[in-house]
Ligand binder design. Structure first.
Ligand code: SF4
Length: 374
């Protein structure tokens, strides 16, 4: 026990990572899935006792999601992320190959009850021609492993909905794992974490929540955890004040671009892209995401945007939202009654919600007119 009365976590300390850093990683993972800080400590303690088993399959993909998981800024913390879970099968990370690695997969399947992580799209065309691993067709591997899994997580856009392998003309008829699993009658919880790559903490938080509390995060209609995908990037973007003020970079390298102004006119897809990139640092590096380094969001989580729309094409702003700083109407001030003042106040708030987007759109239009005149 340590001096706080908590069980010591021997393994992280053996790796030269302090208990404090270890709990910090778990707390970030807990916060990522919307759990309170104490849940991170609970996850850390639980991990010391039993690691959740993970079987990780690769199909049509670039391995970018795995690479992102490995590229944490602090190497010891990076290795810890992998040690927080027991990776019982992973074609990229395993030193073994051939029959040895296939035996590891067979053992994992016999034990069952693991979290199956799927990376990569599944080719439907002429089933078995385009993606064979260990002598097995992608569809067969997926279904066999899914049958023995407790839960299935599709990491990245490729496994969630097809990603880059499904881009037109989609010669292999690549689709996401959920489509195959549904067609094969697999009735298990399937979570999708689209992104190119997905943020490793979204995966870690989901796996640790499942292992510690036996629950899964609330999902939307596409199987995406609401904690990460309920809001569009535009709602929480650090450049949003510039959007609201009508300050836009017009070309790469101009004064606005150098001053960190909004990238909408350079084709930013943030207004239609559901993800938490602006709220959760990738690999503990603040600002290490496209908008953070001055490139417009390409909508990598969204089927129908990335790999379909031109990078520099402007998308309409469909759901104008206001910044989160607008004051609430408190109950102690009474309900909105029928007096002209009360109705006016309520109308002002609703108007603000709709109006912020309208004002910004107007500014865009005005500035466009200005540019045309020039
Ligand atoms: Fe941020 Fe893009 Fe929205 Fe501008 S358009 S505020 S850069 S998300």
């Amino acid at each position: 026990m340590d001096n706080m009365g908590s069980p010591m976590i021997a393994e992280p300390e053996a790796k030269g990572v302090s208990r404090r850093d270890f709990i910090k990683v778990c707390s970030v993972a807990a916060a990522a899935v919307g759990l309170p800080a104490w849940a991170g400590e609970k996850m850390a303690e639980n991990v010391g006792k039993k690691k959740p088993s993970v079987v990780w399959l690769h199909f049509q993909e670039c391995t970018g999601c795995t690479e992102s998981l490995l590229r944490t800024s602090h190497p010891d913390v990076g290795s810890l992320i992998l040690d927080l879970v027991s990776v019982d099968y992973h074609e990229t990370l395993f030193a073994a190959a051939g029959k040895q690695i296939e035996a590891a997969l067979d053992d994992a399947k016999k034990a069952g009850g693991y979290v199956l992580v799927v990376e990569g799209a599944i080719p439907k065309k002429e089933d078995g021609i385009y993606c064979i691993v260990g002598g097995k067709k992608a569809t067969d591997s997926l279904v066999e492993c899914a049958e023995k899994a407790a839960a299935i997580i599709c990491i990245g856009s490729c496994s969630s909905w097809g990603g880059v392998p499904s881009a037109a003309p989609n010669p292999t008829e690549a689709v996401g794992a959920p489509e195959i699993l549904k067609a094969k009658g697999i009735n298990k919880p399937v979570i999708t974490l689209p992104g190119c790559p997905a943020n490793p903490y979204n995966l870690l938080g989901t796996v640790l929540q499942f292992a510690t509390f036996g629950t899964l995060p609330a999902l939307d209609e596409k199987g995406r955890p609401k904690f990460a995908y309920a809001r569009v990037i535009h709602e929480d973007c650090p450049r949003r004040p510039h959007f609201d003020a009508g300050r836009f970079a017009q070309v790469f390298g101009d004064e606005g671009h150098r001053n960190g102004w909004c990238l909408y006119k350079l084709g930013c897809k943030g207004p239609q892209t559901h993800a938490n990139c602006s709220l959760l640092d990738f690999c503990e590096v603040p600002g290490a995401w496209p908008v953070g380094i001055g490139h417009p969001c390409v909508g990598c989580t969204e089927q129908g945007i990335v790999f379909n729309k031109s990078i520099y094409e402007n998308l309409p702003i469909e759901k104008p939202t206001a910044p989160m700083a607008y004051p609430a109407i408190h109950p102690e001030h009474g309900v909105v009654g029928s007096s002209p003042v009360a109705v006016g106040l309520g109308g002002a708030v609703i108007g603000a919600l709709v109006g912020a987007g309208y004002v910004a759109s107007k500014k865009i239009a005005e500035s466009d007119k200005g540019e045309k005149k020039e």
